[in-house]
Design a protein around this ligand. Structure first.
Ligand SMILES: [Zn+2]
Length: 272
């Protein structure tokens, strides 16, 4: 099944899939074991930083081989592609889906660039995600509001031909300072207007009830990255403090287990 077909199924059934970022073999193994245990499919995401860190071919081959090894149905997705060129490079490398993120550009420029990615992705029958509105990135002002405008969304979807849209409804990247407040009314309005699969970025730290509410109101993909990095690093710190063990095959497994637990719970939350 292609990513586009999977999304169309999720959209019809009013369901969502979890999309998790991975940074190395350990984080990849952790999320895949969670998908396997819960008998769920998953989207594996890479950002430009992760691609630069691991190397594109290594990251792609590692993800593909691991999906096969753990017998998990999954798709490979570029998260926050900042340039048309990077999106094309990932499509050439065999990604099932790419995000072109021109959300900080003027609408017309975002449309023009996204359109180029859509045209290129059509050769591969690959999914294209784009973003409208302001979802603060790490280090950006989280007090500024910039919900996705319904009229912009209608124009954007029509003129670009994208397959899925990341919406700004009050989530932020990284951890939340207070309790996140999501604008479900706006989400409903956008979904009613564009009808395509919608994506929630900044899924880390959103209360379970809100995640469910988001799915019930039109979200079909939920991104989680920060919580994975956080639990991985925290667990390693604890392990290293416990003993002078130098065998990394003994120090890493508790972190992998912690990720598996975290992601299994998330999957069960959004599936039920
Ligand atoms: Zn994001």
């Amino acid at each position: 099944m292609t990513m586009i077909e999977k999304f169309s199924q999720l959209n019809k059934e009013n369901k969502a899939i979890l999309a998790t970022n991975f940074y190395n073999f350990e984080t990849l193994k952790g999320v895949l074991l969670a998908a396997k245990q819960t008998k769920s499919s998953i989207i594996l995401q890479l950002t430009q930083s992760s691609i630069d860190y691991m190397g594109l071919e290594i990251a792609v081959n590692m993800a593909r081989t691991a999906l096969k090894y753990y017998q998990v149905e999954g798709w490979l997705h570029l998260d926050h592609g900042a340039s048309v060129q990077l999106a094309k490079r990932c499509l050439d490398a065999g990604f099932d889906s790419v995000m072109y993120d021109g959300s900080e550009l003027p609408l017309s420029e975002n449309i023009k660039n996204t359109r180029q990615v859509v045209e290129y992705a059509e050769h591969y029958n690959a999914n294209v995600e784009a973003e409208l509105g302001y979802i603060p990135k790490l280090g950006q002002n989280t007090n500024k509001k910039g919900y996705t405008e319904v009229n912009d969304a209608i124009k954007f979807v029509k003129e670009t031909g994208i397959n899925s849209l990341a919406v700004a409804i009050g989530t932020v990247h990284g951890f939340y300072k207070g309790t996140p407040k999501l604008n479900f009314e706006r989400l409903k309005e956008i979904k009613k207007a564009v009808k395509i699969p919608l994506v929630l970025h900044g899924g880390s730290g959103i209360p379970d009830a809100d995640l469910k509410m988001a799915v019930a109101n039109g979200i079909n993909k939920i991104n989680v990255a920060t919580e994975i990095k956080n639990i991985f690093t925290k667990t390693i710190k604890q392990e290293l403090n416990k003993s002078d063990e130098i065998d990394l095959r003994k120090t890493f497994p508790p972190s992998i287990d912690a990720i598996t637990n975290l992601i299994s719970k998330k999957i069960l939350t959004i599936n039920n």
